[in-house]
Design a protein around this ligand. Structure first.
Ligand code: TYD
Ligand code: MG
Length: 459
């Protein structure tokens, strides 16, 4: 049958296909995400995406007959990366690293082969010339004796070389620049991205070679076609952090071989990314002691405890409606905490502007930060500083009660390790909390907290 092409519309956000343009995607509800693309129809248009699964179909097996020996993992000689992957890179896995331009995806993906000279790596770059990669490698340092650089964007050529070379690891930078002859649309389009990922997935599964795929995230905060890629790949890691500050967070969003609650911290230095094994170092105070409006929360991100500075500014409202703004914290939760303070503890904050900021450009969702948030707000409102060696771990309930948070012991241990002298927790927390070198103060509700922390100055 002759090859024909037709025009269809794809949603950039979820990959939904539609025969005509629509202002709003009916599948994911996003506005203004439809893009026009040409696709080939007819028999020869069988793409890798369609074949990936059919090629790997074999006979059904009884569950108990399936080999369940642990998947073999390759260490990347980077403790943070290994941990976030669940103990190393699994053979034949496809890992997507997403992030905004300039955040350090190419740097990280080049650092891996340079740290692992025992792995023969094929580094495919569609964005930079081989010379640019060489310059970057010189900057990072390390052993480049076993790393092959291939500046190419045509998937068919890349896979042919890769099958020839049989590397131990393959890096593809980036999915948006690659294209396959199977589909007609231009690189970066939804169909090309889907096809590239499917080809790489099939390659990884057939050969057992792990593939690291880089993907840019669009301004709206999604990997161009995020949902399309997320269900194809095995692991999705997302790079975060503002690109002015030097700290970078790598978060695991999906992991078929490990936990998704992991977080790795890196610092961008003049010679590449440095692993930050003690994330609380981000907390090193940047100000004199005795400033009001600052409180430290012992939070947990994934499975790691770390301490973060919560900053609040309370000032008289300039306009009729007070402003509430929060950086790195859910503003609805801030409003809830302010309402609790107003109703249950009698603090009149309704005529005040409240600004909240999490230091270090971090975004937190752990409810254990509530207590520190409340203290930072009150400290700013009273203009009384919270002592620098005090930290907090507790959730605030709607009736002003302070509720216990999971893994309080680990938070206390981390705070003690970092030299804090006192930690406030819920009085409903478990009885036998370790208190090595740190005083654990239990409080049941906000009035009790205020009495204990601010004493008479709270007027
Ligand atoms: P890059 O890895 O190119 O970002 P991405 O691939 O995500 O677009 O990193 C870009 C930034 O990192 C760039 O602004 C320069 C900076 N950088 C350093 O600060 N130190 C280094 O050693 C390297 C290699 C880059
Ligand atoms: Mg790059």
């Amino acid at each position: 049958m002759a090859n024909k092409t037709k025009t269809v519309w794809f949603c950039r956000s979820c990959g939904n296909e539609s025969p005509k343009w629509m202002g709003r995607c009916p599948a994911c509800g996003e506005w203004n995400t439809m893009v026009e693309e040409t696709v080939a129809t007819g028999t020869s248009s069988r793409t890798a995406a369609a074949e990936t699964f059919s090629a790997s179909v074999r006979k059904p097996l009884p569950l108990k007959a399936i080999d369940s020996s642990v998947e073999s993992r390759v260490s990347l000689r980077n403790a943070e990366l290994d941990r976030i992957l669940g103990g190393g890179l699994v053979e034949g896995s496809l890992v997507l690293i997403g992030g905004e331009p300039g955040i350090g995806k190419s740097t990280l993906s080049l650092q891996i082969p340079l740290a692992c000279p025992h792995l023969k790596t094929l580094y495919v770059t569609g964005e930079e010339s081989a010379k640019q990669v060489k310059l970057r490698a010189a900057r990072i340092g390390g052993d480049d004796s076993n790393c092959l650089i291939f500046s190419e964007t045509l998937m068919e050529n890349i896979l042919r070389e890769a099958r020839d070379i049989k590397p131990d690891l393959m890096v593809v930078d980036s999915v948006q620049t690659m294209f396959s002859q199977n589909v007609e649309s231009s690189p970066g389009s939804v169909t090309q991205i889907r096809e590239t990922a499917a080809l790489l997935l099939r390659f990884a599964k057939e050969t057992g070679i792990p593939v690291i795929l880089i993907g840019h995230i669009t301004k709206e905060g999604s990997i161009a076609g995020p949902k399309i890629l997320e269900h194809i790949v095995d692991v999705v890691l997302q790079f975060e952090g503002d690109n002015r500050g030097s700290y970078r967070l790598l978060r695991s969003i999906k992991n078929r071989f490990g936990s998704t609650s992991e977080l790795a911290v890196f610092e961008m230095t003049g010679s590449g990314l440095r692993e930050v094994s003690n994330p609380s170092e981000m907390l090193i105070p940047m100000h004199e002691e005795g400033l009001s409006g600052v409180a430290v929360a012992a939070m947990l991100d994934g499975t790691r405890p770390f301490l973060i500075e919560v900053q609040a500014l309370v000032s008289s409202a300039v306009y009729g409606t007070p402003q509430r703004s929060a950086m790195g914290f859910d503003v609805r939760r801030l409003n809830m905490l302010l309402a609790v303070l107003e109703k249950r503890a009698g603090f009149r904050l309704s005529a005040k502007d409240v600004f909240l900021n999490m230091a270090g450009g971090l975004r937190v969702s752990d409810p254990a930060c509530d207590l520190a948030t409340v203290c930072a707000v009150l400290s700013s409102a009273f203009d009384v500083a919270v002592p620098a060696d005090v930290c907090f771990a507790g959730e605030v309930g709607l009736s002003g009660e302070i509720r216990p948070v999971p893994q309080t012991e680990r938070r206390i241990a981390e705070a003690g390790r970092l030299g804090f002298r006192r930690i406030y927790v819920s009085s409903f927390a478990s009885q036998d909390l370790p208190a090595t070198g740190i005083q654990v103060v239990k409080v049941s509700d906000i009035p009790a907290l205020v009495r204990s922390l601010f004493g008479n100055s709270a007027t």
